[in-house]
Design a protein around this ligand. Structure first.
Ligand code: ZN
Length: 158
């Protein structure tokens, strides 16, 4: 499925970048967590950090995939040229993070199962690419059907 998650390696294409986020989502699923993964890349495609939703694993509702990737990337001088890649359309909280730090581009793997603030982020200057990867759409759809309570908790609809 992917070439693995190698910090500092170059992932040239959006497909390769999305594979890193997918690998994070798969790790989250294997841990019994919510299978949403994300990764932050430099303009050159260097992987700065990746992460996954850790609500279940850490007992932390604020640890979303994008947030975890952002934190794992450490402090960057500027985010203007970075690319955030996420398996699922970013919620308002993560959309706020993308806008707050001026992340330059957003790649979304799936906006069928959930549509967050991606258009709002794009309207404020970020580039937006929506892949709608069939494998991801199927994976997330299955998760939502199998774990509706966990999903509703994550999107704040309890
Ligand atoms: Zn989020």
């Amino acid at each position: 499925m992917s070439a693995g998650i190698v910090i500092g390696a170059v992932y040239a294409t959006d497909e390769q970048k999305l594979d890193v986020a997918k690998a994070e989502a798969a790790l989250g699923a294997a841990e019994g967590g919510i299978p949403i993964g994300a990764a932050l890349f430099s303009a050159e495609g260097v992987l700065l950090g990746s992460g996954r939703n850790r609500r279940v694993q850490d007992g932390d509702a604020s640890m979303h995939g994008e947030t975890n990737a952002f934190r794992n990337a450490g402090r960057q001088r500027s985010y203007r040229d970075t690319v955030m890649v996420t398996t699922l359309s970013p919620c308002w909280y993560c959309s706020g993070l993308i806008r707050q730090f001026g992340i330059g581009r957003l790649v979304v793997g799936d906006d069928h199962n959930f549509l967050g603030g991606q258009q709002w982020v794009a309207e404020h200057g970020a580039g937006l690419s929506v892949v709608n990867d069939p494998e991801l759409i199927g994976m997330m759809g299955t998760f939502i059907r199998e774990f509706p309570e966990l999903w509703n908790e994550d999107i704040g609809e309890v």
